[in-house]
Design a protein around this ligand. Sequence first.
Ligand code: RB5
Length: 142
Amino acid sequence: MIAIGSDHGGFELKQEVIKHLQERNIEYKDCGTYTKDSCDYPVFAKKVAEAVVNKECELGILICGTGIGISIAANKVKGIRAALCHDCFSAQATKEHNNANVLAMGARVIGPGLALKIVDTFLDTPFSNDERHIRRIELIED
Ligand code: RB5
């Protein structure tokens, strides 16, 4: 199960990502926002982050205008490693090296075509399980 959330700036792209998850038969939990009305991105960052740390969902996807605010907010939740990615190389590397559990994107930065490729890369790339990467992740969480 994938937790997904956005603010108003990311609302339309969130709907595109949800459509894509449906097409791939991937279960998701839509944590909002549910309209284009102006709202506060930390609220949705927290909802998605909590669904991931509570293990209700394995991974999260967060979208705001830039992806910056919503990733900063998600990374305040203990156990969250949110990665802001606007290219597929970063999406692959952050799963392999950082075992990122939340993908953040900015809907005002990239278009839906690239965003969906980034989502696929993030979801389909496993963690390397390399000892050095495990050690470094543990150092972050200390
Ligand atoms: C909302 O206007 C915008 O500030 C927000 O979506 C995001 O870009 C914040 O980092």
